[in-house]
Ligand binder design. Sequence first.
Ligand code: HEC
Length: 245
Amino acid sequence: MSGDLNGNKILGAVLATAFVIVGVQQVTGAIYHSEAPEKMGYFVDAPEEAAGGAAEAVLPPDWGTVLPTADLAAGEAAFARCVACHTINAGGASGTGPNLNGIVGGAVAARGGFAYSDAMKTHAAEAPTWTYDQLDQFLTAPGRHVPGTKMSFAGIRDTQTRVNLIAWLRSQGSGGYAVPAPDPARQPGAAPAEGETPEGAAVEAGTPTSGLGPQVPVTGAAGQSTVQESPAAPSAATSGTASPR
Ligand code: HEC
């Protein structure tokens, strides 16, 4: 008797489990189906830029070299693409976008009275200053550099156009923001020195047993530690955000 009852309980439990599984599948199916046609956003061409923007992954411009020779007139002309949303005169009003006077080297998301997106505020906490590199990456593809930004602008693909524009932006209230010294390693004169390296490498490659072992780990470790220590700006970060005006 009790055996039959237990059997029914087990059968009931199995059926209940089956119902739960089917139910979960239907519910998740409904969720996935409803999520699929979510809005696509404004930056549909950003992935394309990412694919074509391999140059950004290679090396940023050497600002100390490119800024002094930039074409300011061409930069001002490029700003025509921004005026629909931005003023840049000192004390200019914010429109769709914030006033950009003194933006080069200026604090991110710090223009009084402008309602920045949460995305830009979050970005400001991570990268509080519009350095040359930050501006360059943002203007290359705003929606990729600051995902969720409300700046609906596809970006400027051409590096020289961005360099000219950033040089001109700097001339609009950012003159006090220093141009870094040219990177000696990236000057034309540095090429012969690099030319020696392949020869040395070729010699070491000729003696594989002794050459490869110590060589690889040493360079790898040195390179990693250098890269990680160099962007030491977290303290400047907090002070930059603390003084919005
Ligand atoms: C369609 C309007 C629009 C256009 C065109 C546009 N912007 Fe913007 N821009 C915005 C908006 C809106 C924001 C604020 C973004 C946010 O809060 O996410 C912004 C933010 C910025 C910021 C950050 C400002 C700050 O205070 O941190 C910079 C720099 C900038 N834009 C530069 C440019 C430049 C340079 C161009 C032209 C190449 C340009 N924008 C074109 C609307 C625009």
